[in-house]
Design a protein around this ligand. Structure first.
Ligand code: PEP
Ligand code: MG
Length: 753
């Protein structure tokens, strides 16, 4: 049964449209479980009925004609309960209704399985048997598995209008849901891109000509390096320095020992270059695949991408140039940076991918280039949308395929609004983040996530509020030394001087393991992470602190930040090590200064000890990303519980208040550097609470500044007061949306003015 399941799933996935997918399902399922009838009813919500859409065993002329009122009969019951119903004699069930026109009165055995997508029942898959028959458990699970396979195809058919055509009546246009990866509205024509060369299809082949294979491989790597340079040059005008650094990161990966030496070793062992490359890429990508951190996991696709590019040159292929329409929506399962860079910027209106999320490279690049993007649009059948008109709503992560005139004109209006808003925001670049009643709240940047070589330099920020230092440790094959680290930190400190730069000490471990530092933990988020690792390995901590202190010599704009603190002892121990590094450097003749040191509050234990922590350090910085995950017991990277992850949760708000109270007792400042700081809705709450500064990604800065400059601190306090009476995150969100709409700024978080 498992084998037929696999085969049917494959056939369904390859079906060109819903009609054929349904035909395949009913035919194959009937066969596989030896039933007399297999049918699919789909729910037509607009007309409140179940419609027979496919059958094998009943009269074909019943298809499309048999329509049951929604909720009636056994079909209605399966739909209502959203679970399978298995009866050996359907007619004796109180909800049984005989469906005329199908000849089904002859049947006894009944199995109905709901077809569900996102908690919504879209239809019912039904099996009937002439004799009495109670279907076996494995048959029930088999049917349920196939029903779930149909859900995606049905959703797509609803949105594309195919279902409406099948049902012979007009269904309003629906969207395909995905993740909002880059705000904005894009309207254009879909251009579908595929990976150029298939690494997995490369066979092993023995070669005795290691030298020739080596030369081919090196030549291919060289060609990819020059492709990267060419793309970087072409994209330069449209990206910030930080986003351009992606290209440096790829160069680093391309030229890394892991990739080069790994492949050469395999060539020397007797494999030909493509086979050696395939294994090296697979091994390297696996390291990233196994990381829990969503951002780092995305690096696996970069590694595969690079592998494919090298393979393409090894196979002497050159991709035929694509003719991009003037308004291109780039679509793919995965989209690579090079595929993006291939589209002239003025033609690129939007991007859509079926995989990935906002933290993937496409998301980062899209935001950097200001191109609307939706990612993780898993129901989009990539193979069937080439050349079709598409609308991308990057605010809500929605995609419309072949939109009707009403949808199109509505989105054309929204796109025009959006352009006007961007222009308006640009005017704020050099204005202070000051409330209407004269309260200043400095806005800092979060940086370091992308590359250590060329950190961003955005003039309008007050400095860097969070410089994440993990990346240089991850992209290398071993710990970077003091000198290499110092050069990185110096660059960012110099770029922002005299404005402060807050450098966070290493936050690896658990969810962000290093390839060269083995860690195997059952519960990585509750494990060896951040300061816990660096205190256990003072040599790593001391090297980093020395590099950071040396980097700041003569600039004096450095602040240090300690991640994942859960006890005061950790702070005491870390302070001791920082002082030691400082004293040693002085002894060595370096003119270092002791910088202000802060603690990240991102673990519930630290919230309750905010006062004791504030007594020990110079400032507190709240990491709302981790704090929310730990307070709510919701993995921040797990899509299954994404709905529960909410920074407006009353528990998060109360935690923030408690942190501020603790800090206030010692006159210490509190900053927020988690994603909440960049959310224009949350600005009301954080301002109202009296948070001293906010630190966020470059893309959020002007939006948050706009809110701050449009409201008074007194108003923020009023909103906060009401928010604190709410018992549910959704009520807080509604309140904040309302407050934002009242000052005419709803367009900052949704399309339209
Ligand atoms: C946080 O947890 O909110 C934070 C800023 O740190 P990171 O996202 O790097 O864990
Ligand atoms: Mg954190």
């Amino acid at each position: 049964m498992l084998e037929s399941l696999r085969r049917i799933v494959q056939e369904v996935n390859n079906a060109p449209d819903l009609e054929q997918a349904l035909t395949i399902i009913v035919r194959r399922v009937k066969q596989a479980v030896n039933a007399d009838v297999c049918s699919v009813y789909l729910n037509d919500f607009e007309n409140r009925r179940h419609v027979l859409h496919a059958t094998e065993g009943l009269r074909q002329d019943a298809v499309g004609r048999v329509r049951l009122e929604l909720g009636r009969g056994l079909i209605g019951l399966v739909s209502e309960r959203a679970e399978p119903i298995n009866l050996d004699n359907a007619a004796t069930h109180p909800r049984y209704e005989c469906i005329i026109d199908t000849g089904e009165e002859r049947y006894h055995g009944f199995l109905g399985a709901p077809i569900i997508q996102n908690r919504k029942v879209l239809g019912v898959l039904v099996l009937r048997q002439r004799r009495r028959r109670h279907f076996a458990e494995d048959e029930v699970t088999f049917v349920m598995t196939l029903a779930s396979q149909l859900a995606g195809a049905i959703t797509y058919a609803r949105t594309s209008g195919e279902l409406a055509r099948l049902q012979h009546d007009g269904i309003p246009q629906r969207f395909l849901p995905g993740l909002a990866a880059s705000p904005g509205i894009g309207i254009g024509v879909a251009v579908v891109v595929y990976p150029a060369a298939d690494l997995d299809a490369v066979p092993d082949r023995r070669s005795d000509e290691a030298e020739a294979e080596t030369a081919d491989f090196r030549r291919a790597v060289q060609k990819v390096a020059s492709d990267l340079d060419r793309f970087a040059a072409r994209t330069q005008a449209h990206l910030s320095a930080e986003d351009m650094a992606l290209f440096d990161a790829w160069r680093l990966m391309l030229e890394s020992d892991t990739l080069i030496d790994g492949t050469l070793t395999r060539i020397r062992a007797g494999n030909w270059a493509p086979g050696a490359l395939r294994d090296t890429i697979a091994e390297h990508a696996r390291v990233f695949d196994n990381m829990d951190d969503a951002y780092l996991r995305e690096r696996a696709s970069d590694v595969r991408d690079l592998g494919r590019c090298i393979l393409m040159h090894l196979q002497n292929q050159t991709a035929a140039p694509i003719q991009y329409p003037p308004q291109t929506i780039l679509v793919g399962e995965e989209i690579s940076a090079m595929q993006i860079a291939d589209v002239p910027r003025e033609k690129l209106m939007g991007m859509v991918s079926t995989t990935g999320s906002g933290s993937s490279h496409v998301g980062i690049l899209a935001r950097g280039m200001g191109v609307p993007a939706a990612m993780g649009v898993s129901d989009l059948p990539v193979g069937r949308v080439e050349g079709r008109e598409m609308v991308v709503d990057g605010y809500r992560g929605r995609v419309y395929v072949s939109p009707g005139p009403a949808v199109r004109s509505e989105y054309q209006r929204l796109a025009a609004d959006d352009e006007a808003l961007s222009a308006e925001l640009q005017a704020l670049r050099h204005l202070p983040a000051e409330t209407t009643d004269g309260y200043l709240i400095p806005l800092y940047l979060n940086t370091g996530l992308v590359s250590e070589t060329r950190p961003l330099g955005i003039e309008e920020s007050a400095g860097v509020g969070l410089y994440r230092t993990e990346l240089p440790f991850i992209v290398r094959d071993s710990f970077p030394g003091e000198g290499a680290q110092m050069a990185n930190y110096r660059r960012v400190l110099e770029l922002f001087a005299p404005r402060p730069v807050t450098i966070r000490t290493l936050d690896i471990g658990g969810d962000k393991p290093l390839p060269y530092f083995p860690m195997h933990e059952a519960n990585p988020f509750l494990g060896w992470r951040g300061i816990r690792i660096t205190l256990d390995h003072p040599e790593i901590f001391l090297t980093q602190v020395r590099a950071i202190l040396r980097a700041a010599i003569g600039l004096d704009n450095l602040q240090l930040l300690l991640p994942m603190v859960s006890t005061v002892t950790e702070v005491d121990d870390a302070m001791q090590l920082i002082r030691r590094a400082h004293d040693e450097l002085l002894e060595e003749g370096y003119q270092v200064r002791m910088p202000p040191v802060g603690v990240m509050i991102e673990v519930p234990a630290a919230v309750y000890q905010a006062e004791a922590l504030a007594r020990r350090v110079d400032f507190l910085s709240v990491g709302t990303n981790d704090l929310t995950q730990y307070l709510l017991a919701v993995d921040r990277n797990n899509p299954h519980v994404a709905k529960l992850y909410n920074e407006y949760h009353p528990a998060v708000l109360r935690a923030l208040l408690q942190i501020l109270t603790g800090a206030r007792l010692h006159g210490k400042e509190v900053s927020v550097c988690g994603e909440m700081a960049g959310d224009p809705l949350a600005t009301f709450l954080l301002l109202g609470m009296g948070v001293h500064s906010l630190s966020m990604g470059a893309g959020s800065l002007l939006r948050v500044k706009k809110v701050i400059r449009s409201i008074s601190k007194a108003r923020a306090r009023e909103v906060l007061k009401v928010a604190l009476q709410c018992e549910e995150p959704s009520a807080v969100r509604r309140l904040l949306l309302d407050a934002l709409e009242t000052v005419g700024l709803g367009a900052l978080v949704r399309p339209g003015r």
